[in-house]
Every structure is written in C-alpha cells, then in structure tokens.
Design a protein around this ligand. Structure first.
Ligand SMILES: [Zn+2]
Length: 118
C-alpha cells in the first residue's frame, strides 16, 4: 500500500501546493483524519496529514460551493495538461467527488492559516 503524507508532498524551495486545485501558495490547512482510498484494484493510497488549500479554494470550501471548486480544479488541470475531452472532464470530476466527500467526512476542525497569500 502506498502511503501519501500531505505534509511532505512539497518541493524544497517552493511554496506548498493546494490539494484542491494544485496551485502553488497554499495558505490554509484543514486537519483531517487519515483515510485510505482505492485507486485501482490492489492499489490503495493512505491520505495522511492535513489538507492544504490556497485562499481561493479555501473561500469556496468555506462557502460550501463544491461545484465552483470543481470548475476551478478542472481549469488548473487544463492549464497544466492541456484541453480535456468531455469524457476526461467527466472522469476527473467523477474522481474528485468521492475524494472531496471523504475529505468532508474526515475533516476534524477549522482551517488554520499556514502562510501564503490570503
Ligand atoms: Zn487551490
């Protein structure tokens, strides 16, 4: 089983990325219980540590506007990887939904400021 620790997934010398849109400059951290997520048969990831968010994503999370957060995340994905086909768009959105539902279920407290731009 692959164990991913959210707090160590950073590039030295660069600001930490947002776990919701992947933009650099995470400014908030959400405490959450560790949980395991199945990627494909036989491959599971343990998500361990707080979830980081940039200020834009933090505002969408606090406003409980998950559809807007999904659009923001997909826009960043397109900027990095190029245009998505409608099928890819649906597949990524379908992947984000259960991941973020798990986050919401396992969040243990309010966001804490960790730096970055607010
Ligand atoms: Zn973000």
């Amino acid at each position: 089983m692959f164990k991913y620790n959210h707090t160590t997934g950073n590039t030295p010398g660069k600001s930490p990325c947002c776990h919701f849109c992947t933009d650099r400059g995470a400014a908030w951290a959400y405490p959450a219980e560790t949980f395991t997520r199945r990627l494909v048969d036989g491959v599971h990831v343990v998500l361990d540590g707080p979830w980081r968010a940039c200020t834009a994503c933090h505002r969408l999370i606090e406003a409980d506007t998950w559809a807007k957060l999904r659009r923001r995340s997909l826009a960043f994905h397109r900027a990095v990887y190029g245009p998505l086909t409608p099928a890819e768009d649906i597949a990524i959105a379908a992947d984000l939904a259960p991941l973020w539902m798990a986050f919401r279920a396992r969040r243990t407290g309010p966001a804490e400021r960790i730096g970055g731009v607010v």
